[in-house]
Design a protein around this ligand. Structure first.
Ligand code: SAM
Length: 287
């Protein structure tokens, strides 16, 4: 079944009485070049189990199942299940979990479905939870080699920005702490049904870095990063002190030990400075 043929897609959706949910970020891929490219660049190959987030009608799922040993996919919308039964009928290596990715036991799914296999994540992510999903995948320290996802162009720019620049955000720090990220290719809005009002891009994060902090330090580090970036117009001392209930003088003293001004903004710090800052602040707050 050709899941990028508009006539075929309209026919399936019509027969099942399906209408798109904007709230769930449902923009399905109808450009035939995209899904094979995501699969080929995303470690969908022999020896791998691929975790997909958000199947839609299974257009990417199918390409993953053709190449990888197994596919486990998490899809929140129950209305898509009878459609997937039809579109993926030829595959016996796909398991659909009808769950919210933010609440699902992803580690349990990986252990159950991918025993003896390496694991990768591939998805055309629902845009309303792009950053939370990526942060969840990173922070849960799941045994995955790579995350290859389609995101909106602006999100791709933020993800691929350099730490220490105005374009960076908490997510930029997150991906650079755990691995390396790069943009693979752009995707125009006309590649989707319905067509969104922005273009997209596919990025790949390779999770290839060893943790430099202890588990406790790492948790504190991400609290600092999220607090610091959540109020970008404020100085980092102001936002961290108010959101983490830490005295401003403690923040100032760490900044000064690092040779940074009291008015420093979090996006001006390098990865190394951010890590040092957070480790020292954690020590201070223990005293
Ligand atoms: N992979 C399909 C494609 O490329 O055509 C669909 C991509 S569409 C952008 C996002 C999909 O994620 C939709 O099928 C939507 O129902 C699903 N979704 C949205 N929120 C979700 C959540 N919290 N957990 C799991 N799936 C979700």
């Amino acid at each position: 079944m050709e899941l990028t043929n508009i006539g075929t897609v309209r026919d399936i959706l019509g027969r099942h009485g399906f209408n798109f949910s904007k709230g769930l970020g449902q923009n399905f891929i109808i450009n035939p070049d995209i899904c094979p490219k995501i699969a080929e660049n995303g470690n969908a190959k022999k020896g791998y189990g691929v975790l997909e987030i958000g199947t839609g009608i299974g257009v990417l799922t199918k390409e993953l199942a053709l190449r990888a040993d197994r596919v486990a996919a998490v899809e929140i919308d129950t209305r898509l299940l009878p459609i997937l039964d039809e579109t993926l009928a030829d595959f016996d290596n796909v398991k659909i979990y009808n769950e919210d990715v933010m609440k699902a036991d992803l580690r349990g799914i990986i252990e159950k479905e991918f025993a003896g296999l390496r694991c990768a994540v591939c998805a055309n992510l629902p845009y309303y939870i792009t950053s939370p999903v990526i942060m969840l995948l990173l922070e849960s320290r799941l045994p995955i080699d790579s995350i290859t996802v389609m995101v909106q162009k602006e999100a791709a720019q933020r993800l691929c920005a350099a730490v220490g620049t105005r374009e960076s955000g908490a997510i930029t720090v997150g991906v650079n702490y755990y691995g390396t990220v790069k943009q693979l290719f752009g995707v125009s809005r006309g590649s989707f049904m319905p067509s969104p009002n922005v273009d997209s891009a596919v990025i790949r994060i390779d999770l290839n870095k060893k943790s430099e902090l202890t588990e406790e330090q790492e948790k504190f580090f991400f609290r600092v990063v999220k607090a610091g970036f959540s109020q970008r117009r404020k100085t980092m001392a102001n936002s961290i002190a108010s959101l983490m209930s830490i005295s401003k003088s403690a923040v100032y003293s760490v900044l000064s030990e690092l040779g940074l001004p009291e008015a420093a903004r979090i996006e001006q710090l390098s990865m190394e400075q951010l890590m040092k800052f957070s480790v020292m602040l954690m020590e201070q707050t223990k005293e």
